[in-house]
Design a protein around this ligand. Structure first.
Ligand SMILES: [Zn+2]
Ligand SMILES: [Zn+2]
Length: 287
């Protein structure tokens, strides 16, 4: 087995399709010793007026977005109780960890409120994510990037990569999620971005920020994971620690494409793989 834990997963009540118990049982059947549930922690005062909020309502996953601290705390407190109940269930024979996939934001209150949330909820790890950039007064995601004209798209993509660097510099995250996320909409795939990507990897290297190889992008979208092989080669050269994530939103996606991703990582020269212990040690030191 490539990795006996899987830590990037989503459940019902957020944007996943199955319960914590269903996800845990499936992961256990597949041979995992540990599953971590990492639902979205997305807190921004303007999020409900962002274009993405409209799509999310149509898709019935608007619960992942929150515009105020009290509400996100009440959602996550209830979720924590649910996770603890399942973890204590005698029928569940897999270790269950509690994580967040947290969006990094710049507005002044964010860091303070996020630190407060960590203190109260005490997650086992925090995945850093940048699903949004602030552009022309609006929170834009990768779909908005893809729909913009090329000049605006380039500005947004530069902001995206800068945000990844700033998130790494914050030192708050156990690892960074889906590094080249805009690739989902074929944004940023051309070669002119290689220098920017190299600077990002340099920052991650200075901060020793690990990254995930996220297999959520493999088919039907694309034939590679996040990040692309060209970034993986930079990751290998920088000797950044790496783990595999399936970003499962339902039981059938757990462990998806791990074998292919492992092979690709090896071909790209990646040798430094994160252990669960290292992830938990980071949390102990930094949270
Ligand atoms: Zn994500
Ligand atoms: Zn995710």
């Amino acid at each position: 087995m490539i990795q006996d834990f899987t830590l990037h997963t989503h459940t019902i009540g957020f944007d996943g399709d199955h319960t914590v118990a269903e996800m845990a049982m499936r992961a256990s059947e597949l041979g995992f010793k540990t599953i971590g549930i990492s639902n979205h922690f997305i807190l921004h005062p303007d999020i409900l007026s962002a274009p993405c909020y409209g799509y999310s309502r149509r898709g019935h996953y608007q619960n992942i977005y929150c515009d105020n601290f009290d509400e996100i705390m009440s959602r996550f407190s209830k979720h924590r109780d649910d996770l603890e109940r399942v973890a204590a269930d005698a029928n569940i024979n897999i270790r269950i960890l509690r994580g967040f996939e947290a969006d990094f934001f710049y507005y002044p209150e964010w860091q303070k409120q996020f630190q407060k949330a960590i203190k109260i909820l005490q997650p086992d790890y925090i995945i850093g994510a940048c699903h949004f950039v602030e552009h022309n007064g609006t929170l834009c995601n990768v779909h908005d990037m893809a729909n913009a004209d090329s000049a605006n798209r380039d500005i947004m993509l530069n902001k995206y990569w800068q945000k990844i660097r700033d998130a790494s510099n914050s030192g708050m995250f156990s690892w960074m999620a889906h590094l080249d996320l805009p690739k989902k909409k074929l944004v940023g795939t051309d070669e002119k971005w290689i220098d920017t990507e190299a600077k990002v990897i340099e920052t991650l290297k200075q901060n020793k920020t690990p990254i995930e190889i996220n297999t959520g992008l493999y088919r039907p979208y694309c034939n590679e994971p996040y990040p692309s092989p060209r970034i993986m080669k930079m990751v290998a050269n920088a000797n950044l620690p790496v783990l595999f994530s399936d970003d499962a939103h339902n039981v059938n996606q757990i462990m998806r494409h791990f074998d292919e991703a492992k092979q690709l990582a090896q071909e790209c020269g990646i040798k430094n793989y994160l252990t669960l212990q290292k992830i938990l040690d980071f949390s102990q030191k930094n949270m």
